[in-house]
Design a protein around this ligand. Structure first.
Ligand code: LER
Ligand code: MN
Length: 305
């Protein structure tokens, strides 16, 4: 008879095995034969609920990026989280990342900043993340980090860096990495570019505080692929969607290849999550996956140099 405990450890082992490419840092590139096209193979995931796992699996998606506020619910009791934990462990796909981190009411900057509250919330989130097998917590959270009007920007930046310096050891204790996410200016007035994000992450200088590049936000902010090269090894995670209407890859036909080339150049070893609006996930997801896979292949241009 399979007990609840043994089923859980089986699922944990299965998920860990699926995560091996990320955890052990094995090459995400296809075997390098020295000739012909080269393939860049990051794990491809989707930002969505674990409830979508059957569809994602059928299409061939590698993992799910869930949301802290939906899955880990740090402000809710353990019994409530236990149900979500079971759902995540049983969904059939690894849940390796979570976005939707802090509620807007829990301020990271400004006169009402509440670092004690944020760190308490984060500690619970990271502890629960470890139970699920989550490796990356995405720090977008525009409502929490945006600088209130009239508040000194340098002071806000100091607050944010200090918060992250204190968050690093909490993340490290639970083997998660916090990925600071630059967001387009219509969503926040603080950290809008990969360049700005890299400066903040360097100021924090903790191995568990890294950077996310959301290619949708980069496109909206007119950031060139070279900004990925400038951030280099700080980038630990990616999001992607098309520029005009945040559609999945393959709808408008956006060409992401110059960004993928930059990721290849920096030796990126993380994953990439599709984060977009869906008209019909079941119809659009196979197209999105095919589009990404096609664009993750390029000819060996270096031979021409
Ligand atoms: C919001 O636009 C976004 O990109 C999310 O990843 C925020 O966590
Ligand atoms: Mn994003």
């Amino acid at each position: 008879m399979i007990t609840k405990h043994s089923r859980r450890s089986f699922l944990r082992q299965t998920c860990t095995a699926a995560l091996a490419p990320i955890v052990t840092g094995y090459s995400v590139f296809g075997e390098d034969t020295g000739v012909g096209p080269q393939v860049f193979r990051p794990l491809i995931g989707v930002c969505t609920s674990v409830r979508q796992a059957p569809l994602l699996r059928e299409v061939g998606i590698d993992y799910i990026e869930e949301s802290v506020r939906r899955l880990l619910i740090p402000d809710r009791p353990e019994e409530e989280f236990a149900t979500n934990l079971e759902a995540a462990l049983q969904c059939g796909l690894p849940v390796i990342a979570n976005n939707g981190f802090l509620p807007g009411s829990l301020k990271s900057t400004g006169p009402d900043s509440d670092h004690e509250g944020v760190l308490e919330y984060a500690a619970t989130a990271f502890r629960r993340a470890e139970q699920v097998g989550i490796k990356t917590i995405v720090f977008g959270s525009s409502g929490s980090r945006s600088i209130p009007e009239g508040f000194d920007r340098d002071r806000a930046e100091e607050q944010f860096v200090s918060l992250l310096k204190n968050m690093g050891p909490l993340a490290s204790a639970h083997d998660v990495v916090v990925a600071v996410e630059p967001l387009q200016r219509s969503e926040t007035n603080f950290i809008n570019t990969v360049v700005e994000g890299a400066r903040i992450v360097r100021a924090v200088s903790h191995p568990n505080i890294r950077l996310l590049a959301d290619i949708f936000h980069m496109l909206r902010m007119e950031e060139p692929p070279d900004h990925i090269r400038l951030a280099g090894e700080l980038i630990c995670h990616l999001h992607i969607a098309e520029k005009a209407r945040r559609t999945p890859p393959g709808v408008e036909g956006d060409d992401f290849r110059s960004y993928f080339q930059a990721l290849k150049d920096i030796g990126y070893r993380g994953a990439i999550s599709i984060e977009c609006g869906w008209d019909s996930m079941s119809e659009q997801l196979p197209v999105a996956l095919k589009t990404l896979r096609e664009q993750l292949v390029w000819e060996r241009l270096s031979l021409l140099k």
